[in-house]
Each structure stands twice: as C-alpha cells, then as structure tokens.
Design a protein around this ligand. Structure first.
Ligand code: T4K
Length: 376
C-alpha cells in the first residue's frame, strides 16, 4: 500500500529567486524612478536574452499571447493560417483575435508536433502562414516546414512557448522561421512572472514589432499604426534578469528527474515515454509527458489522472481537449475527427507528470510506483 503524498504535488512549481535578490533589484528600480516603458532593466534583459537564446533580434513582451498576436500583425497575416490542434488555447486564439481562421493540421504520432508532411494538402489560396508549436520543447521538423513554406510563399511563425533554450545543432531554436515566440510565464523553465518575447532575424521587423507593442507611437507627434500595449515592466524585467542565473541549474535538476522517470517507466506496457530527439538537439526538459494506451495498460488516461489525485498528485491533461474540440473551433471543417486522427488519439492518452526542480528523486520514484500499481 503506497501512502499518499502529505502535500499536493502539482504538475509544476515556479522557480523562485531569493527575496534578497529581488529586494536588491527593486532598490535599483526605485532609485532610477523608472517603472515601465523601455527602462534600463528592460534594455538590459533584452540584450541578455538575445545572447542567451543565440538570436539576432529580440523584443520583450508582457506575455507570450500578446507577443504572438503582435507577430501576426507584424507579418500582416490574414485569411487562413495552418496550425496544430495539439497546443494551449492561446495558439489558435491569437489567430482569431487577428480575424484569421485557424486551419488545424494533424500531428506527428511520435513528436506530437504538426505533421510537416500533411501541411501541403491544407494550403488554399487564402493561406498566408504556418503557425507551428514546438510542443513540450520538442523541435518541429523545421526544415520540411520551411521547404513547404518557401514553395508556396508562406510565412512561418513558431510558438516556442515551451522551447526556451532549446537548440538545434548549436543554433537557438528561435532562428528558424520568420518569427518565434517564447513565453516567460511563471510555470515555464525560465520566467519573468508573466512575460514573453518575439525573436527573429530582421532589423526592420524589430522596429515594426516595437512600435506595435507600444500603441504604434513613434514619437510625441506621430502614431503610425494601430498598436497595442505589450510592454514588459521594470519589475518583471528585473526578475527576469535574476532568473537567467537560475535556468541552467533548474534544467540540470530536471534532466536528472527525466532520467529517473525514463528508468522507472521503461518497459511499462501501455505507457509511452517522451519522444527521443536527434543527437544534435539540446532540450530544456521543461515537461515530462507520457501517453497511456488504455487497451494495453488496462486503465484509461482519465482513470490514471483521477487515481493520482487520491495520492495528492495533480498531473495535467496537457493538451486535452484539443483546440479543434473547443466550442469556438469545432464547426471548422479542419476540426473534424476524421481529419485529425492522430491528434484525437493523443488527446485521449496524454498526461503531463510533475516536473520541477523542487521534486526529489524519491518523489519521482514514488509517482512512478503509484502509476505502475494502477495497471490492470
Ligand atoms: N502557447 C503555448 C503552446 C503555451 O503553452 C502557452 C502557455 C502560450 C502560448 C501562452 O503563453 P503566455 O501568454 O501564458 O505567456 C499554464 C500557463 O499559465 C500557461 O502559460 C502555459 N502555456 C500552460 C501550458 O500552462 P494553466 O492554466 O494550466 O496554469 P495553472 O494556473 O493551472 O498552473 C499549473 C500548475 O502550476 C498549478 O496546478 C500549480 C502550479 N502553479 C502555478 C502558478 C501560476 C504554482 O505552483 N504557482 C503559480 O504561481 O496554464
């Protein structure tokens, strides 16, 4: 008989800087008398993150969703954009907020990312872009996606919300496509409490993005486009600067926890582990996601999710329901189940297990033991 955890184990817990570190930075902000609108902390963080992510240009935002909305505006996307149904709600919603119709393309059974081989069949005269997501930090097939986009003159935007610090062959993952968005939400490996960024390789695009995130205000006399308020304030920027010192240590802890999950769950029939990436890919180990095949495991994902709660383990069904099942999207032709067979199976099987540096190795072993004891 396994005892429940004494305290709730959530799917994740934010990394916290020390109060002292934050206080010290707050003193700097107080003496500068500058709270938001491109202050010194903001300028320094943009520079530091640009280097960390190995990208040419970076613009900070108050969250990843507004950043992605601005990405669509900055590239003047319209009509239809091909995207994945297996993602967080924000991905298709930014298209809707831009009056763009999301067209859901099925996903790859292994990586759970958009199936690059199926994109071409979804292109119509209205298609302007592909919005792909590096789900759980596993990079998309960036070469194939670019090849299709180039052939049809489409833009490529990556939702890299999960992919902070991910690299392909020593190149930051943000170097692929026209623009990538990173989320710095508190639940991410790296965070600024709330925050995000757009990265890309074009100086003129940076100027346009920076105007769009500040109401389109060019100077005191000129407002040149209908922008929005996407600015990151000085307090969050300062916390972001501190958090950069924590990210690698947190990643290392998660690598170890991933290893334990892999060890403990290897060979458990009906439990599929995270995809294995090419050797030249550097991952961030932000999430640990399994898939439960009810026919083989003998229990459904929903049973496992509920049973875990009896042990005080709060796993999450990221990403169920699929975006194509939302009431606002399910009437789309591309949302039909027969058009998304792989995504619909994954949506029923997927479960994000607890993953954060504050977990102990014993915690992870116990979570695995609880799971294994559920087999039927
Ligand atoms: N694209 C993709 C692919 C995304 O995954 C996201 C965000 C976005 C775009 C949009 O980026 P942002 O606009 O958010 O920058 C969470 C996050 O809020 C969200 O940022 C993230 N994806 C998504 C995958 O996860 P929820 O609604 O599941 O979060 P919540 O509040 O249930 O938190 C999860 C667990 O974390 C809790 O059970 C407990 C723990 N927690 C959470 C918070 C906020 C804490 O212990 N302390 C905390 O302060 O969305």
């Amino acid at each position: 008989m396994i005892e429940p955890f004494k305290e709730r184990i959530y799917v994740t817990r934010p990394v916290f800087p020390t109060i002292e570190e934050v206080t010290e930075k707050l003193r700097d902000i107080w003496s500068a008398k500058w709270l938001t609108n491109n202050g010194p902390q903001h300028t320094m963080l943009e520079h530091e993150l640009k280097n960390f992510l190995k990208v040419p240009y970076l613009s900070l935002f108050n969250n990843g969703t507004i950043a992605l909305m601005v990405a669509c505006q900055s590239l003047r996307l319209s009509g239809e954009v091909i995207t994945t149904p297996f993602t967080f709600a924000a991905t298709p919603h930014v298209l809707s907020w831009n009056n763009i119709t999301p067209i859901f393309c099925d996903v790859d059974a292994e990586t759970m990312n958009i199936d690059a081989n199926k994109i071409e069949s979804m292109i119509t005269p209205h298609t302007t872009a592909i919005l792909a997501v590096h789900v759980f930090g596993t990079p998309c097939d960036v070469e194939k996606i670019q090849e299709v986009a180039d052939r049809y003159g489409l833009r490529v935007v990556y939702d890299a919300a999960h992919a902070f610090g991910v690299e392909i062959g020593n190149q930051g993952v943000g170097n692929f496509g026209d623009i990538s968005m990173f989320s710095f939400h508190a639940t991410k490996l790296y965070h600024t409490v709330e925050g995000g960024a757009l990265v890309h390789g074009d100086k003129n695009l940076k100027a346009r993005i920076d105007l769009l995130k500040n109401f389109g205000i060019k100077n005191e006399e000129e407002v040149v486009m209908p922008g929005i308020n996407g600015k990151l304030d000085e307090i969050r920027a300062a916390i972001g600067r501190i958090m950069l010192n924590y990210v690698e240590a947190e990643r290392q802890k998660r690598i170890r926890l991933h290893e334990i999950y892999n060890e403990e769950l290897a060979g458990v029939e009906g439990v599929k582990l995270m995809p294995v990436c090419a050797q030249n890919v550097k991952l961030n180990y932000q999430y640990y996601v399994i898939r439960i095949d009810e026919k083989i495991f003998g229990r459904s994902r929903d049973f496992v999710y509920d049973e875990f709660r009896n042990y005080n383990v709060f796993a999450r069904k990221y990403f169920h329901p699929l975006c194509s099942e939302f009431t606002c999207y399910r009437q789309l032709n591309s949302s039909r189940i027969e058009n998304l067979p792989v995504a619909n199976v994954i949506g029923q099987q997927v479960l994000s297990l607890p993953m954060y540096g504050g977990l102990t190795e014993d915690d992870v072993r116990k979570i695995c033991a609880i799971l294994k004891a559920m087999r039927n």
